[in-house]
Design a protein around this ligand. Structure first.
Ligand code: MGD
Ligand code: MGD
Ligand code: SF4
Ligand code: MO
Length: 702
């Protein structure tokens, strides 16, 4: 029996915790994972681990996980050889594009893409050849407003200021629940200790959320806000900062501050209060507390990204940090300087250069809002989408109006999914191409090192051998690209393995050959616990990519959106709005088939305030119907004093009871999909991001 210890960053969420995995090789029985623990020698994550990482062994051993390419023949799934699968994809997509044009083939890239560096480096090797404008991804059900705001204000969609959580004296969190999510657009392992450290050094944490979340429960102050009302609250804060003289000069070169001041002149706390359901006095006091703290940072996440005013919210957050002198300042919001720097090496992005065919939604950096995907498939005419490539995504459960999308998928001429499972989406595919599992692959986090609360870097080798006949995701894309290029006579540039690209990125980056750190892949091989490159520091002035190298505080398209905001009405007495939530023992739309992760009481229920239950004659635990403009679901309801009145909370990613899904749900409870209720017509119209929070619903006894 041989035991071996391996060190590796976890790829399952944005916190990139260091893990120590033990494998045991037993004669005759091969190699098994025998222990997964937090890596105490990782100075960034300091031994932190959550239940998801423990379930890594379940992903590895899961009998439901596909291990070879599968082709659907009628209602049966049959194995197919890799080369035959590649040739078939090339033939079908080339044919559809020849008959219906390039945009007739669409692409959806899902969340795990950004956690898998081979997908980051190589998916476009194939997808780029398709030259289609029908590109969609999880970005437009997630963080699109962050990118758009940074693109407009700082000139690059990835130049995102990150809360300097380890040094701040005041952290104002809107619509984020890092105690459940482990942090997002803020890579912050061990976040609970870091939040408590703010309090221990005399600082404050304030959480704004329509639900008393796990994070709100440990905060110094929790402010209930009406779903979708955050822009009003933030306008009230900004107006108070200006009108009470609470602003501080910034060292940054800034254009447009006078326009901002003018634009918000009538948005007093008193005027905004009815729209967000926060008392005016509380808004004013919050502004004073924020401005009065030695350092402070305002941070917003899912709750304020995926709502009707997502971009206004993120712009206001930037402006509040800016006018209080907290942008690009220690203890405020700072831009990470990663070892492999995508900001330095890529163009800043583009916006609204073209629009979607049916509803005229704007593109952002070559992608269209995924809310428009189904209508682009269902609406006949030139440019109609007839084929789909999905990559690491499950849009039937993850994007608004999932039932409509299912209808659309059913009508496609061809669909191929690069995925590990036959799930709610891939069951519509003609072919599923499954990659190796994560532990069979080496790992470098190209994305989340970019948003980390310290500058860190780490490369880890595969822990388990690559099974015979298996391919990594990046190799699948090389195979598809070669087959498609051969079929269509397109020229294919040579490529190299992802690790080589990382080596190149490290050497040419700020800590590479020319610097004192002299980072390369070889250096990282010698540091399996990762390398800490230091705390974040002010750098924004030098990294701005706007045309005149100045911060644009008042982008025209954002100020134009104030017209839409002006139409926001105070709530009617019977208003009932649905919001989402996450739990540390659940992960988006997958991993629900792992007992180690989902064990314990079920967590897919609808949460509702007891008064809202009573007024409808409902009781705790009963089955109810929840209906919206687009659909009806049935689910159990739980009474919860943590909910704001007039608001219900339902997590997404459930709803596995669909025919043909081949995943054994560990709890035996498939739940219902929140996205059978969310509305593809409800968006942040400025960015096209889906408004998943603040969906009007009705709840009645089932
Ligand atoms: N109502 C509501 N809807 C939401 C949200 C919400 O808060 N509320 N959140 C949104 C957000 S933030 C996101 S990011 C999306 C996520 O939604 P999706 O983009 O659909 O991502 P996942 O649900 O994580 O889907 C994971 C899929 O990737 C596959 N997979 C996992 N690892 C790999 C891999 O290494 N390679 C390959 N090829 N496949 C892999 C899994 O089998 C699974 O099918 O959901 C969004 N939808
Ligand atoms: N365990 C686990 N971790 C995850 C994931 C997971 O599924 N499971 N998913 C990962 C992904 S893809 C992402 S994007 C991140 C997301 O990470 P977070 O942004 O922290 O996401 P949530 O936990 O959904 O927290 C959103 C909060 O917003 C609140 N909210 C809803 N509507 C509103 C509103 O209108 N206004 C305000 N102010 N608040 C509102 C909700 O009540 C909730 O507490 O988490 C990542 N981490
Ligand atoms: S918090 Fe995220 S990165 Fe850390 S162990 Fe859990 S899933 Fe992995
Ligand atoms: Mo996400």
């Amino acid at each position: 029996m041989t035991k071996t210890l391996h060190h590796r960053a976890c790829h399952l969420c944005e916190a990139i915790c260091g893990l120590t995995l033990e494998t045991t090789e037993t004669d005759g029985q091969g190699l098994a994972i025998t222990s997964i623990k937090g890596d105490t020698l990782d100075t960034f994550s300091r031994g932190h681990i959550c239940p998801k990482a423990v379930a890594l062994q379940d992903i590895q051993n899961d009998p439901d996980r596909l291990r070879q390419p599968m082709q659907r023949v009628g209602n049966e799934w049959q194995p197919i050889a890799w080369d035959d699968a590649f040739a078939l994809v090339a033939e079908r997509l080339a044919d559809i594009q020849a008959r219906h044009g390039q945009n007739a083939v669409a692409v959806y890239q899902g969340n795990p893409s950004v956690h898998n560096y081979g997908l980051m480096t190589h998916s476009n090797y194939f997808l780029g050849l398709l030259k289609t404008r029908s590109r969609f991804s999880a970005t437009s059900v997630d963080q699109l407003p962050h990118h758009l705001t940074s693109y407009l204000m700082y000139g690059h969609g990835l130049l995102l200021p990150i809360p300097d959580i380890d040094h701040t004296d005041f952290m104002l969190i809107l619509g984020g629940n890092p105690l459940a999510s482990n942090g997002s657009i803020m890579t912050v392992p061990d976040v609970e200790k870091r939040l408590k450290a703010i309090q221990a050094r005399g600082g404050k944490v304030v959480v704004v959320d329509p639900r008393r979340s796990e994070t709100a429960a440990i905060a110094n102050q929790h402010v209930f806000v009406r779903p979708g009302g955050d822009a009003a609250l933030l306008f009230g804060l900004l107006n108070t900062l200006f009108s009470e003289g609470l602003t501080r000069d910034s060292h940054l070169p800034v254009d447009g501050l006078d326009e901002v001041r003018e634009a918000v002149a009538t948005f007093t706390a008193e005027a905004m209060s009815p729209l967000c359901a926060v008392p005016a006095a509380q808004i004013r006091q919050l502004a004073r507390d924020f401005a009065g703290a030695p350092s402070a940072v305002c941070y917003g996440r899912m709750g304020v990204s995926t709502q009707a005013f997502g971009t206004l919210c993120h712009w206001l957050i930037q402006v509040i940090n800016l006018v209080t002198g907290n942008l690009d300042r220690v203890g405020g919001a700072l831009c990470t300087e990663p070892a492999v720097d995508l900001v330095a090496t890529t163009s800043g992005g583009h916006f609204n250069r073209w629009q979607s065919r049916v509803s005229g939604r704007p593109e952002y950096s070559g992608e269209l809002p995924v809310s428009a995907l189904a209508e682009e498939m269902l609406t006949e005419g030139e440019g109609q989408i007839r084929a789909l490539v999905t990559v690491a995504g499950n849009p039937v459960l993850s994007t608004p109006n999932g039932r409509q999308l299912e209808q659309a998928l059913d009508g496609l001429e061809f669909m191929v999914s690069v995925d590990l499972y036959i799930n709610e989406t891939t069951r519509y595919a003609d072919l599923i191409l499954p990659s190796t599992s994560a532990l069979e692959n080496d790992h470098y986090d190209t994305t989340f090192n970019l948003f980390a609360v310290r500058n860190v870097t780490r490369f880890n080798r595969a822990i388990l051998p690559k099974p015979e006949g298996a391919l990594h995701d990046w190799e699948i894309f090389v195979g598809l690209a070669k087959a498609f290029a051969a079929r269509t006579g397109k020229e294919l540039k040579p490529t190299m393995p992802p690790a080589k690209m990382i080596d190149f990125g490290l050497r040419s980056g700020a800590y590479g050959d020319a610097s004192t750190h002299k980072l390369s892949l070889a250096t990282l091989f010698d540091h399996p616990h990762g390398i800490d490159l230091g705390a974040l520091k002010p750098n924004l002035a030098a990294r701005l990519k706007t045309e005149n190298q100045r911060v644009q505080a008042a982008p025209a398209v954002i100020l134009a959106d104030l017209v839409r905001f002006a139409a926001l009405q105070a709530p009617k007495p019977d208003e009932l709005l649905m919001i989402g939530r996450r739990h540390v023992r659940s992960n988006n739309s997958w991993m629900h088939n792992f007992h180690r992760l989902v064990k314990g009481k079920p967590r897919h229920q609808l949460l509702m305030h007891p008064d809202d239950l009573a007024s409808r004659g409902l009781v705790d635990g009963q089955r109810v119907t929840v209906s919206s403009r687009v659909g009806v679901i049935e689910v159990e309801v739980l009474g919860s004093l943590d909910m704001m009145k007039g608001v219900v909370s339902l997590p997404h990613g459930w709803g596995h009871a669909r025919p043909g899904v081949q995943m054994t749900i560990a709890s035996g409870q498939p739940g219902s999909s929140a996205n059978d209720l969310t509305d593809d017509c409800q968006l942040d119209e400025l960015s096209g991001n889906a408004a998943l929070n603040g969906v009007p619903v009705k709840v009645a006894a089932a």
